[in-house]
Ligand binder design. Structure first.
Ligand code: 1GP
Length: 250
């Protein structure tokens, strides 16, 4: 929690320098505690700007805590990517305080957040207000979160939800295709959405598996690119993605 209270500022400073950020997602249900340090070291050396820790199924606070403890020495923010209220820990620097805006279930829009709010306050966790919008494949998050998933090419809806997040004052709009999605969000969707946002920053994740697509998304206007599965499936490829993004200047 060394960077607590500084995470938003770190992100803003890098973006204001024309950089695009990369966040590495660790799903506690999938990562192996033995290898996480060496993987994280390679990601940091390649230029990743943050660790998101979270997942939808099979996640325990104990494993979450163990992962953050292992990552403690790295000078990059450790940010909780919560799927529910059981994933709040004082060990993290910050939490994506997310509302699943296109859920049909009020629990995922304001219910879990209501339970989480006093806990986050008490723990003095830095909160990063985020509108979470599930598009396309949607993955497990869409199923569990009862999302009314937006088709990949429905730009009108994606833009409308994104504007809504900005009007609510959310700092981040997370356009999520779902972990392991066969297709990521389209770069053309990002470039159009970007035109409508004055303040909110765009996080894109789900199904990003090549440096080419990551670059296209970054140049289209994504502010933060998230990769998860590829880190476990093909670390060399993941490192190429990180390096590609860290070289981009807009
Ligand atoms: C999922 O956006 C993230 O929440 C990352 O997805 O695992 O497909 O990279 P991947």
């Amino acid at each position: 929690m060394k960077l607590r209270g500084k995470v938003r500022k770190i992100i803003q400073e890098k973006l204001s320098e024309g950089k695009v950020l990369h966040f590495s997602l660790f799903d506690p249900d999938k990562v192996d505690l033995e290898s996480i340090y060496s993987i994280a070291l390679k990601l940091v050396e390649s230029g990743t700007n943050g660790f998101l820790i979270g997942g939808t199924l099979g996640v325990s606070k104990e494993k979450l805590d163990s992962i953050i403890e292992i990552l403690e020495d790295f000078e990059v923010p450790k940010i909780i990517f919560p799927s529910n209220v059981n994933l709040i820990t004082e060990k993290a620097d910050a939490i994506l305080f997310m509302s699943l805006l296109n859920s049909d279930d009020i629990y995922y829009i304001t219910g879990a957040q209501l339970i989480a709010a006093p806990i986050i306050k008490k723990l003095k966790l830095e909160s990063l207000p985020t509108g979470y919008i599930i598009v396309g494949h949607g993955g497990t998050a869409a199923h569990v979160g009862k999302a009314r998933v937006i088709p990949y090419d429905n730009i009108e809806l994606i833009v409308a939800y994104s504007i809504m997040a900005e009007l609510f004052g959310m700092d981040f709009v997370y356009l999520e295709a779902g972990s392991g999605a066969p297709e990521p969000i389209k770069p053309s969707v990002i470039s159009i959405t970007k035109k409508y946002l004055e303040n909110s920053k765009i996080i894109v994740g789900g199904g990003i598996r090549s440096e080419e697509i990551a670059k296209e998304l970054a140049l289209a206007g994504a502010d933060i690119i998230v990769t998860g599965n590829i880190i476990e499936q093909n670390l060399e490829k993941a490192l190429k993605i990180v390096k590609e993004i860290s070289n981009i200047r807009r």
